[in-house]
Design a protein around this ligand. Structure first.
Ligand code: F6P
Length: 360
C-alpha cells in the first residue's frame, strides 16, 4: 500500500508536442492507480513564485483531449532563471526560495518537472537547496538530453520537417531549384539528420560535421550532370559559416538566437553553383501541432514511469528511454553532458552510404 501523495507537475522551457499526453498519463496513473492528487503548476517555476501559487487542479474527468493536443495546458517559459530572475526594475534577483516556499504552501510531496537539460539543471538546484522531492521527464524537440534515446517532442518535430521536405521535392523539381530547409535543434543536428534521411534530402548539414561550400557546389553540379535538375538541402540552425561564425538574430528583447544560416548558404551556393536557390526557415512550426504516435507513446510511458519513481520514493531521478524501455538515471548524469550527434552514429553512416552529401 503506497501512502497518499499530492504531486505537483510543471512544464518548463520551450513547448513541444507530447507535453499534454505526458500530463494525461501522470493524471491517469497517480489518480487512477493510487488515488493521489495531481496539482498542475502554471508557467513553469513562475507559478510557484506567485502568491497564492498559480495552479490547475488536474482530474481524470476531462483529461482525454490532452492526448491529441500540442503545447502545454500548464503554460511554460524558457526565460526567467529563478536564480537570476529579471525584475521589472531591471535588476536580477534570486527567487529560488520562493519556489521552495510555494512547493510547501501547496503541501506537495513530490514535483514532476518536464524539461530539457537547462530546465532540469535549474529544477535540480532548487530541489537540492530546498530538499524537495523532484522527478524529471525529458522533453525537447532538439533531442539533446543525455542518457535518453528520445525526449518528448523530437519525433513530432522530425515528422513535421520530413513532411516539409516531402512537399519541397515537388516545387524544387518543377522549377529546377535548390531549396534549403533550415530546421531547429539548438546546438545539435538530430532533427536535420533524421528528417534529412527520412525526407530524401540530397545534402544534410549538421553542426557536428564541418562542411565546405565547394563540396556542396560540386555535389549539386554532379547531380545536374546526371540529369537531376533539383536538390534539397536540410541545414540545422546551429551550423556555422565556413569561417566558423554562428549565425544568429536578435529577438525583440535583444536576446540572440540561432537563425539565418540558410540565407548565408543560399548566397554562397548560388554563387558557387549557378543554381537558383530558395530558403525556407521552418521555425516554430516544428514545435506545434498534434503529437505523433511515437511522442504519445513515449510521453505516456514517461508519465507512468515518473509516478512509479514517486511511488518507490526514488527522487532526483529522470525517466529515460533506452532500448524501448523506460528506466531512470540520476538527473545529475542527464545534465552532465550534452547529447550531440555522434559522427559515427548509425544514421550518419546511413546517409553517407546512400550518397547523401554531408558537406565534408
Ligand atoms: O530548444 C528548443 C528550441 O525550439 C530550439 O530548437 C530553438 O533554437 C529554440 O528552442 C527557440 O527558442 P524560442 O522559442 O525562444 O524562440
Amino acid at each position: 500500500m503506497v501512502e497518499h501523495k499530492r504531486v505537483g507537475i510543471l512544464t518548463s522551457g520551450g513547448d513541444c508536442a507530447g507535453l499534454n499526453p505526458a500530463i494525461r498519463a501522470v493524471v491517469y496513473h497517480a489518480i487512477g492507480t493510487y488515488g493521489w492528487e495531481v496539482v498542475g503548476i502554471r508557467q513553469a517555476t513562475q507559478g510557484l513564485m506567485e502568491r497564492p501559487p498559480k495552479t490547475l487542479k488536474l482530474e481524470i474527468e476531462g483529461i482525454d483531449p490532452l492526448l491529441t493536443s500540442g503545447g502545454t495546458i500548464l503554460g511554460t517559459t524558457n526565460k526567467g532563471n529563478p536564480f537570476a530572475f529579471p525584475m521589472s526594475d531591471g535588476t536580477l534577483r534570486d527567487r529560488s526560495q520562493e519556489i521552495i516556499d510555494g512547493y510547501h504552501l501547496l503541501g506537495l510531496d513530490a514535483l514532476i518537472g518536464i524539461g530539457g537539460d537547462g530546465s532540469l539543471a535549474i529544477l535540480r538546484k532548487v530541489a537540492q537547496q530546498g530538499n524537495l522531492n523532484l522527478v524529471g521527464i525529458p522533453k525537447t524537440i532538439d533531442n539533446d538530453v543525455n542518457c535518453t534515446e528520445l525526449s518528448i517532442g523530437f519525433n513530432t518535430a522530425v515528422k513535421i520537417a520530413t513532411e516539409a521536405l516531402d512537399r519541397l521535392h515537388f516545387t524544387a523539381a518543377s522549377h529546377s531549384r535548390v531549396i534549403i530547409l533550415e530546421v531547429m535543434g539548438r546546438d545539435a543536428g538530430h532533427i536535420a539528420l533524421n528528417a534529412g534521411i527520412a525526407g530524401g534530402a540530397d545534402v544534410i548539414l549538421i553542426p557536428e560535421i564541418p562542411y565546405k561550400i565547394e563540396n556542396i557546389c560540386n555535389y549539386i553540379r554532379k547531380r545536374q550532370d546526371l540529369g537531376k535538375n533539383y536538390s534539397l538541402i536540410i541545414v540545422a540552425e546551429a551550423v556555422r559559416t565556413e569561417a566558423g561564425e554562428a549565425v544568429t538574430q536578435d529577438d525583440l528583447s535583444g536576446k540572440s538566437r540561432f537563425g539565418g544560416i540558410g540565407y548565408y548558404l543560399a548566397e554562397k551556393i548560388s554563387d558557387g553553383s549557378g543554381a537558383e536557390v530558395r530558403v525556407i526557415v521552418l521555425g516554430h512550426i516544428q514545435r506545434g501541432g498534434v503529437p505523433s504516435t511515437i511522442d504519445r507513446l513515449v510521453a505516456s510511458a514517461f508519465g507512468v514511469g515518473a509516478i512509479e519513481l514517486i511511488a518507490e520514493g526514488k527522487y532526483d531521478q529522470m525517466v529515460t528511454w533506452q532500448n524501448r524501455q523506460v528506466v531512470s538515471v540520476p538527473i545529475e548524469e542527464a545534465i552532465a553532458k550534452y547529447r550531440a550527434v555522434d559522427p559515427d552514429d548509425t544514421l550518419v553512416k546511413t546517409a553517407r552510404c546512400m550518397g547523401i552529401c554531408l558537406g565534408d
